[in-house]
Structure formats: structure tokens, C-alpha cells
Design a protein around this ligand. Sequence first.
Ligand SMILES: C[C@@]1(CC(=O)O)c2cc3[nH]c(cc4nc(cc5[nH]c(cc(n2)[C@H]1CCC(=O)O)[C@@](C)(CC(=O)O)[C@@H]5CCC(=O)O)C(CC(=O)O)=C4CCC(=O)O)c(CCC(=O)O)c3CC(=O)O
Ligand SMILES: NC(=O)C1=CN([C@@H]2O[C@H](COP(=O)(O)OP(=O)(O)OC[C@H]3O[C@@H](n4cnc5c(N)ncnc54)[C@H](O)[C@@H]3O)[C@@H](O)[C@H]2O)C=CC1
Length: 149
Amino acid sequence: MYPMMVDISKRKVVVVGGGKIATRKLQELMRCGAQPTIIAPVVSPEILEWAKNGEVVLFKRTFRSGDLEGATFIFSCTDDQATNQAVRSEIGPDQFLNDTTDRTNSDFINLATLRREDYLLAVSTFGNDPRKAKRLLHEIAEKINPTQA
Ligand SMILES: C[C@@]1(CC(=O)O)c2cc3[nH]c(cc4nc(cc5[nH]c(cc(n2)[C@H]1CCC(=O)O)[C@@](C)(CC(=O)O)[C@@H]5CCC(=O)O)C(CC(=O)O)=C4CCC(=O)O)c(CCC(=O)O)c3CC(=O)O
Ligand SMILES: NC(=O)C1=CN([C@@H]2O[C@H](COP(=O)(O)OP(=O)(O)OC[C@H]3O[C@@H](n4cnc5c(N)ncnc54)[C@H](O)[C@@H]3O)[C@@H](O)[C@H]2O)C=CC1
């Protein structure tokens, strides 16, 4: 896996699913300048609010073939394995999938991150242990700045 910082602001980002994990991914995506499209029949109150404010585009229905057209980055965050597989099968050669339920199904995975004004800390366990990644991150932050961590 190759780590990088990516400008997602000019790319189409599609998030399939609208629950807890989708909401967490969306928070970070929006902070990084994305205007994501969300496809899910049931969504969190946060997503509803963002849709009302025009910060995201919401299709309140199940995933359909064709939904990934024009997207560069796709986050599959449903609790339904069949849907996550259907999303995988629609991914074209120029598209990148993060299947949040199965890293072996993913083209990229996220790192545990902590943002400061002038730097960003990030830790990966190569997908093996997300909780350990979060723990290591906070241990590092504590060493750098014990009052802020
Ligand atoms: C591969 C990866 C793909 C990706 O999501 O990109 C992935 C995958 C999976 N996570 C699972 C579980 C949990 N993940 C978290 C938390 C985080 N997970 C994150 C990243 C990643 N998670 C990527 C690899 C990162 C690395 O390399 O270390 C963080 C760091 C960043 C982020 O999510 O963006 C974020 C920190 C949040 C923060 O900072 O607050 C928690 C805790 C919590 O939710 O608080 C739990 C519950 C643990 C429990 O309950 O034991 C499961 C099992 C699902 C199941 O079977 O139920 C899978 C599936 C699998 O392992 O295949
Ligand atoms: N990557 C990560 O960090 C983590 C991943 N997970 C996994 O992520 C998955 C989602 O978890 P939560 O967000 O907590 O679930 P949730 O139950 O809160 O949300 C599930 C969402 O999927 C949507 N959905 C179901 N079928 C759909 C379809 N056909 N088309 C479009 N949307 C559909 C639902 O409407 C709902 O919005 C679970 O499989 C869980 O095991 C869990 C913890 C951490």
C-alpha cells in the first residue's frame, strides 16, 4: 500500500450507505473539501442536515447499477454484503474503492489521523488493527505535545 495526500476537492466522491461509518467518513471528506454524493435508503440526522444545506447530494434509495458514473473515489459503507459486492463489481479501471467492511475488497484504505494547524499525524496498521492505529497515534501526539494530545 502506497501512502499519499490527495486533493479530492475536484473529484466526484460517492458514499454508498448512510449510517455511523458513512457519517464518520463524510465528516473527514467534507473537511477536506469534497462535495460528496450519498446513496442510502436510511441516513443519519447529520447527513439529512448536510443535504438540506446543500453540502452533499443525497439519493435516499438503495444502490443501483450506474450510480458510480463519473466518480473517482467510492466509499462502500453499507451493512449489506451483497450491496458492497455489487459496488465492487461496478468499479471501473479509473475508480478507487474503499470498502469499509473489507480491506481485501478495497483499492485504498484510510489511516488514523490527527490534524494540527501546521501538521498532520497519520498511522496505519496496514488495515490489520484500526484500534491499535488510533492508540499509536495518540501515543505519538502525546510525545510531541503533552498538553494538546
Ligand atoms: C482497513 C480500514 C478500512 C477503512 O475504513 O479505510 C478499516 C477497516 C475496518 N475497521 C473495523 C472496525 C473499527 N474501525 C474503527 C475505527 C477506525 N478505523 C479506521 C480505519 C480503517 N478501518 C482502515 C485501516 C486502518 C489501519 O490500517 O489501521 C480509522 C483509523 C480511520 C477511518 O475510519 O477513517 C478509524 C479511527 C476512528 C477515529 O479516529 O475516531 C473502530 C473503532 C471506532 O469506530 O471507534 C472499529 C470497531 C472496532 C471494534 O469494535 O472492535 C473493521 C471491522 C468491522 C466489523 O467486522 O464489524 C474493519 C473491516 C476490516 O478490518 O476489514
Ligand atoms: N471501516 C471502519 O472503520 C468500520 C467498518 N465497520 C463496518 O461498516 C459497515 C457499516 O456500519 P455502520 O455504518 O455502523 O452501519 P449502519 O447500520 O449504521 O448503516 C448501514 C447503512 O447502510 C445502508 N444500506 C443498506 N443497504 C443498502 C443498499 N442496498 N444501498 C445503499 N445503502 C444501503 C443503510 O441504509 C444504512 O444507511 C458494517 O458492515 C460494519 O461492520 C464497522 C466499524 C468500523
